[in-house]
Design a protein around this ligand. Structure first.
Ligand SMILES: [Cu+2]
Length: 108
């Protein structure tokens, strides 16, 4: 609820929202799977995770470096990946659900 309120407030104030950009990286959670399974982004980008399922899910780093906590249906969670690397994650409620964010270094 709090996340949604902040987004609505930002929209009301005319602030830019990453999700409104066509190129904003996004992962959807559907049918107990992360879609796409592997998402490649550039360092500094923010990924928007959206739960399209009827079940609650989490986006939890294998190493614990990030954790969405429970996302209800239509729940949205965003995380900025600032350091290049490979970040495997899973759903704490359904440990068979796995995904990976690959963060490339920015620029040359
Ligand atoms: Cu789950």
């Amino acid at each position: 609820m709090r996340v949604i309120s902040i987004v609505m407030l930002a929209a009301a104030l005319g602030l830019p929202i990453a999700a409104s950009s066509a190129t904003a990286p996004a992962v959807h959670i559907k049918n107990d799977a992360f879609e796409p399974h592997t998402l490649t982004i550039s360092a500094g980008q923010t990924v928007t995770f959206t739960n399209d399922d009827d079940d609650a899910h989490t986006v939890t780093a294998n190493d614990g470096s990030f954790d969405s906590k429970g996302l209800d249906t239509n729940g949205v969670w965003r995380h900025a990946f600032t350091k290049p690397g490979t970040y495997p994650y899973f759903c704490q409620l359904h440990p068979f659900m796995k995904g990976t964010i690959v963060v490339n270094g920015g620029g040359s």
